[in-house]
Design a protein around this ligand. Sequence first.
Ligand code: PEP
Ligand code: MN
Length: 348
Amino acid sequence: MVVVMKERATEAQIDAVIARLVESGMDVHRSSGATRTVLGVVGTGKVDKGLIEILDGVHEVIRITEPYKLAGRTFKGDDTVVIVDDVRVGGDEVIVMAGPCSAENEAQVMASAAAVKRAGAKVLRGGAFKPRSSPYSFQGLGEEGLRLLRSAANTHNLKLISEVMDISQIDLIAKYADIFQVGARNMQNFTLLRELGHARKPVLLKRGLSATIEEWLMSAEYILSGGNKDVILCERGIRTFETATRNTFDISAIAVVKKLSHLPIVADPSHGAGRRDMVAQLARAAVAAGADGLIIEVHDNPDRALSDGAQSLFPAQFDRLMAELRIIAPAIGRSICLEPVARRGWAR
Ligand code: PEP
Ligand code: MN
C-alpha cells in the first residue's frame, strides 16, 4: 500500500506512522517531495488500512494489491478449467447448463431434461432447496427433488447442478449433484462458503444481489482457501435503480472478472432479465463478452411453473437460442455443443 501524508504533516507524525507500519511487520520506503511525504509499504505483515487512515497527519491510504489472493490473476496467471468428468468449464467450449428453476414432479423434470439435452446443454440445472423471497412460496421438494433430477440427468447423460442453502444440506446434495450452486442470497454466508471449501465437488458461486465484484471474489476466496480449487463464478444480475428488468445484468462484470481472476465465469441471463422475452438477447451478449458458460431456466411448460415461470424458456425457444450461440461462439474463438447439429444438420 501507499500512505500519502498531509501537506503539513510533521516529522513526528511521519515517524509515528512509520513506526506503526514497521511494528506490523512491513518494510517502509519513504519518499519526501517539496510538499508531501509518501510512504511505500511492502511486506507480508498484516496492516489494517482503516487504522492507518485515522493516524494523525495521514491524508490517504491507497491499496495497490488486491485483497483476494487465491482468486486473483497475480496468484495464478492461467485460466482455471473446472473439470466435471468430460465437461470442462473454462476451456474453449462454452458450457450451457439448463433446466427448470425447481424440480416439481417427475414428468416435468424428465421432459425438461430431455429438451435441454436435445438442444445441446451439458449440465442439468434444477433446485430442490429453493431460497424464495417469501416463506409462503414453493420451497422445493428437498431430497425427492434431488432424486428426480439425478435420475433425469443419468437418463440423458447430463451433469447436475443444484443449490445448497445451508451447511446441513451439503452431504445430501453431494450424493446427487455434480456441482453445488450457491445462490445470490447466500454469497456472503461465510459459514457455508467455508464448509464448501472442504467439499470435493465444484461450486458455482452466484454474485450477490448488491455485491461488488471485489466482495464476490472475496467470497470465492473463502472456498478456495479451504482447499477447494474448483470455483465457477456466476453473474446473475444485480440490484440497481432500474425497474424495467428483474435485475440489471452486469455484462461488464464478465470482462472485469476475466481481467482480475483466473476463475471461470458463467452468466445467468434468466435471473438477469426476469422475463423470457429478454433472455436470449442477454445470453447472446454474455457469450460474445467472453462468458465461459451460461445457466438458463428452461421448463417444459413454463406458464405452469411453480417458480420463475415468467423467465423460463419454452424448449423451442431454448433450442433456437442454442442455434444462435453456435454461430456467435466461433466469432470469439469458442465452440459450443455441436451434437444436435451433427444429429439433424444445420437446417431443421
Ligand atoms: C436460481 O438459480 O433459481 C436462483 C434462486 O438464483 P439466484 O440465487 O441467482 O436468485
Ligand atoms: Mn430461479
